[in-house]
Write a protein that binds this ligand. Structure first.
Ligand code: PLP
Length: 334
């Protein structure tokens, strides 16, 4: 990748997934503390995180969040006590750093969507983790760190598991098939890629142990860790923010001086949201959904996310902009 390098100012440990990094942190806290409740955000990645962690811990509770509002920090004291652990998600890389009060519970932050954001690099939390495959060109990967503190992880206790090492290989092959599909547009590449991804997602959901990362896989992940993946996103997003038609039935989720995970568009009307989704897919722009199976009480709650990372050039942004603006023009008087 032709990107600048950034200094990671913390000690870290590499895992195969974000959820394993999270489990490691909880196990670590558990060794030294009596945890009463583990608080997870209600609006979150349901399968991969909320359901998955329930296999390991039975004291999981949920708190309400406003994932598309960033004006107020979440009031942790309203639901958690000092003996609890609270997981805060850095929604789309747009959340502010928490103000830690004296009696605060142990705070863990998830920076999967805010990798390299200021809050990620200068966190005040007790522990942080991220799923790295959301931001880096790697088959699988997670990272955990303890802000401003040395991290010593005894990886000897992690188990070796050939089925997991095989899942890495399947995910790696799926990545290669996706690349071929992009280059040659062959349906067989697309099928292989989707089959590989589905197999691995299911596998990850069903395995609840921490697996020792093979040295070769660790080296693969580390090769990309220091790349500044935010700069290109910032430029691509600026182009889109400046050139998309401003319309009152779509909110663009953005925050001044922050770089969002992607182009996040929010709707009140589910039909309109689905109509834009369909239009984009018909034009081979594949948005992601963060996340299905979540309920929000706010009026603005239907969202799509369009990737704008280092894989995409300004020409791709022009293509995306034209497609969204065409859809807006066709739909604004309806
Ligand atoms: C915000 C967030 N954190 C963590 C995870 C879990 O990451 P992984 O799939 O690497 O375990 C996900 C989804 O996969 C996620 O969306």
């Amino acid at each position: 990748m032709n990107l600048d390098l950034i200094d990671l100012n913390f000690d870290y440990e590499i895992f195969y997934s974000g959820r394993q990094a999270f489990k490691y942190i909880l196990d670590e806290i558990h060794l030294k503390n009596d945890i009463e409740k583990i608080w997870m955000p209600e609006y979150y990645c349901q399968n991969a995180m909320n359901d998955w962690i329930k296999h390991n811990y039975n004291n999981i509770y949920f708190y309400k969040t406003k994932p598309f509002k960033f004006d107020k920090a979440i009031d942790i004291s309203a639901f958690a006590s000092k003996k609890d652990v609270v997981l805060l998600n850095n929604y789309w890389g747009l959340c502010s750093t928490i103000d830690k009060t004296k009696n605060a519970p142990i705070i863990i932050e998830d920076h999967s969507h805010g990798w390299l954001s200021d809050r990620c690099l200068n966190s005040q939390a007790g522990y942080c983790f991220a799923s790295l495959r959301k931001s880096l060109p790697i088959p699988l990967g997670g990272i955990c760190w303890k802000p401003k503190t040395k991290l010593t992880v005894d990886t000897e206790n992690f188990i070796e598991d050939n089925s997991f090492y095989n899942a890495w290989n399947i995910a790696y092959k799926a990545m290669c098939e996706k690349k071929l599909y992009k280059e040659y547009d062959k349906a067989s590449n697309k099928q292989n890629y989707l089959a590989g991804v589905n197999t691995v997602e299911l596998f990850l959901d069903q395995h609840h142990k921490i697996i020792k990362v093979k040295e070769s896989d660790k080296a693969y992940i580390k090769k990309y860790l220091n790349y500044n993946v935010l700069e290109i996103k910032k430029n691509n997003l600026k182009f889109l923010y400046d050139s998309l038609i401003n319309i009152n039935f779509i909110k663009i989720i953005r925050r001044k001086n922050y770089t969002a995970f992607g182009l996040i568009l929010l709707f009140k009307d589910e039909k309109q949201c689905n109509s834009l989704k369909t239009h984009l897919i018909q034009n081979e722009i594949y948005p992601s959904f963060l996340w299905p199976n979540n309920e929000l009480s706010s009026k603005w709650k239907f969202s799509i996310n369009i990737h704008v990372d280092f894989r995409y050039t300004i020409d791709d942004m022009i293509y995306i902009k034209n497609n969204i603006n065409n859809w807006i023009t066709a739909n604004k008087t309806k």
